[in-house]
Design a protein around this ligand. Structure first.
Ligand SMILES: C[S@@+](CC[C@H](N)C(=O)[O-])C[C@H]1O[C@@H](n2cnc3c(N)ncnc32)[C@H](O)[C@@H]1O
Length: 180
């Protein structure tokens, strides 16, 4: 998140950048579901040592204090906590359930031509089950599954001849950003 904010500023295209995370690692029931389909019990407490304040401090160290941090479970976060329009999102929450929930919520807000990248979409690598959330979402919405470099991709359809000014489209979102 810190590097992305700095990068956008350096190329002269700063945008509001939201980071959503529990800031305390995985939700127990979501991790249990992942274990049932192949994740390893040894990952249960990964990222649990983080905190909102720690991420805030690291952002400040990287001159990226403009990042807007939202603490919560992406599956249950109130609708009003999420920005109404999203241009681009990274979903990096490792487990199938929160990946699928994040995609549902972001897709509904994605502007025409907007992009979502889902991390850890590996086939047959065991452990993290993120790909199952991505596949379930794509199948429910009849969208193509597209993979590159261990990531899954989604692109919202473009609107032809629209008069949208992309420079005014607000927001970049990173779901799962507790490791700044
Ligand atoms: C792999 S780390 C993110 C790494 C970060 N994107 C980066 O590039 O440095 C996964 C993050 O997902 C968060 N997470 C897991 N389940 C979540 C959920 N249900 N809602 C929000 N965040 C969640 C964890 O707290 C953890 O910080």
């Amino acid at each position: 998140m810190a590097w992305s904010i700095a990068f956008l500023r350096n190329i002269g295209r700063p945008k509001p950048y939201f980071g959503v995370d529990t800031f305390s690692g995985f939700v127990a029931t979501q991790f249990d579901a992942d274990v049932a389909t192949g994740n390893g019990e040894h990952h249960r407490y990964a990222f649990s040592a983080g905190s909102l304040n720690l991420v805030r401090r690291v952002l400040a160290l990287h001159d990226a204090s403009s990042g807007i941090l939202i603490q919560g479970d992406i599956c249950t976060l109130p609708e009003t906590d999420l920005p109404p329009q999203i241009a681009c999102a990274l979903v990096d929450v490792d487990l199938a359930m929160p990946v699928e929930a994040a995609l549902e919520r972001i897709w509904a807000r994605l502007v025409p031509g907007g992009r979502i990248v889902v991390d850890d979409c590996y086939e047959n690598r065991g452990d993290w089950q993120a790909i199952k959330g991505y596949q379930a979402f794509c199948r429910r919405h009849a969208l193509p599954e597209t993979y590159s470099g261990g990531m899954g991709f989604l692109i919202a359809p473009e609107v032809l001849e629209n008069d949208m000014n992309y420079s005014t489209v607000p927001v970049l979102v990173e779901v799962g950003n507790g490791v700044p």
